[in-house]
Write a protein that binds this ligand. Structure first.
Ligand code: 13P
Length: 206
């Protein structure tokens, strides 16, 4: 796929996320690896109204080389690509249920218990919560990097979520799965549930 096709795909997938309420206003950002660097959504741009020709182009060191100024979350995306070099794309959202989970007090228990197979298949069975940082604060880099070494999906304390995928489509699928799993977790909160067993989880990861 050349840059042009990737730009169109990014604009279409971002609009789809926006239209279904996974992002509002200018919240959220997306990046995708292309030959020679990365395409990224511009800062303060709505995922619902991106313009293909104005996407930010970054070089392999994440320097801005063309297009509008990139998202303020370049450092967050960079840390995840560096921890997980096979990553092809990253999606960061403030979707309601994932963000709600990210605001719960730390009670020592995981926020997302594996109840369903697709959570495990798409996101893994252990989704860390990274402490709160002001959006765009570059000092989050080490925490994002360290958490990303063990997980391809993270909850960002009092902020939202970030997921890595092999491709743009897979990263978007995973972001949707994370939001739906978070909604399910909140629906199940306070109910006696049957999480998947260790054997069932192992079979999904095999
Ligand atoms: P940008 O508009 O700079 O991408 O920031 C939006 C956001 O989601 C911050 O976390």
């Amino acid at each position: 796929m050349n840059h042009h096709e990737t730009r169109i795909e990014l604009v279409e997938l971002a609009a789809s996320l926006f239209q279904r309420g996974f992002s509002v206003g200018s919240a959220g950002n997306i990046s995708v690896r292309v030959e020679g660097g990365f395409l990224m959504t511009p800062t303060n741009a709505s995922l619902g109204r991106l313009r293909a020709e104005r996407l930010s182009l970054l070089d392999e060191e994440f320097n801005h080389v063309d297009g509008d100024a990139p998202s303020k979350e370049v450092v967050m995306h960079r840390a995840m690509y560096q921890a997980r070099p096979d990553t092809g794309a990253i999606v960061h959202l403030h979707s309601v249920h994932a963000t709600a989970l990210s605001c719960l007090a730390d009670d020592g228990h995981p926020k997302l218990v594996p109840h369903t197979p697709y959570l495990v298949m798409r996101l893994g069975d252990n989704i860390p919560v990274v402490p709160y940082y002001k959006p765009g604060d570059p000092s989050m880099e080490r925490d994002i990097y360290t958490a990303s070494l063990r997980a391809k999906a993270l909850l960002l304390g009092n902020h939202g979520s970030i997921v890595a995928g092999d491709s743009l489509v897979k990263a978007v699928d995973s972001a949707e799965e994370l939001e739906t799993s978070a909604q399910l977790a909140l629906l199940l909160h306070g109910h006696a549930t049957r999480p998947l067993s260790d054997a069932e989880i192992a079979a999904l990861k095999a």
